[in-house]
Design a protein. Structure first.
Length: 128
């Protein structure tokens, strides 16, 4: 039987569930809250750091990437915790891999922001 949720109605439902996910991330994940606050505080600096629209996209995109990966990591952790509370090597590995993904995305963001800061300050190591 075909679902009644098609087209625009389906889009509205999907958007609502996405909003629930963002609210859940904010409510239950301290790291997500910290990263959102950091992005809000640093966002005005993007207009000073960026020398082009591409620079600006890199700054904002790298920060948003951290939020995206944090939400995915939180989803992995929630599923693992839902499956069971007893220790299992695969559960630990899944959580560790998710955490590593967050770390790599944060290091990437730091590299982008730090690199563009160096360029802005006149220390362009690669000809910036």
């Amino acid at each position: 039987m075909k679902s009644a949720n098609t087209g625009f109605t389906r889009l509205l439902h999907s958007t609502r569930y996405s909003w629930y996910g963002l609210r859940s991330g904010w409510r239950f994940e301290e790291a997500f809250r910290l990263e959102v606050v950091l992005l809000v505080v640093l966002f005005p600096a993007t207009f000073w750091l960026a020398r082009s629209f591409t620079d600006w996209l890199l700054l904002v995109g790298s920060a948003l990437l951290v939020l995206i990966v944090e939400l995915l990591n939180s989803a992995i952790e929630a599923v693992v915790d839902r499956v069971g509370s007893e220790y299992h090597e695969l559960s630990g590995r899944a959580k560790d891999l998710g955490s590593a993904a967050v770390l790599i995305s944060a290091l990437f963001a730091a590299l982008v922001w730090g690199g563009l800061l160096l360029v802005r300050l006149g220390f362009a190591p690669f000809g910036g």
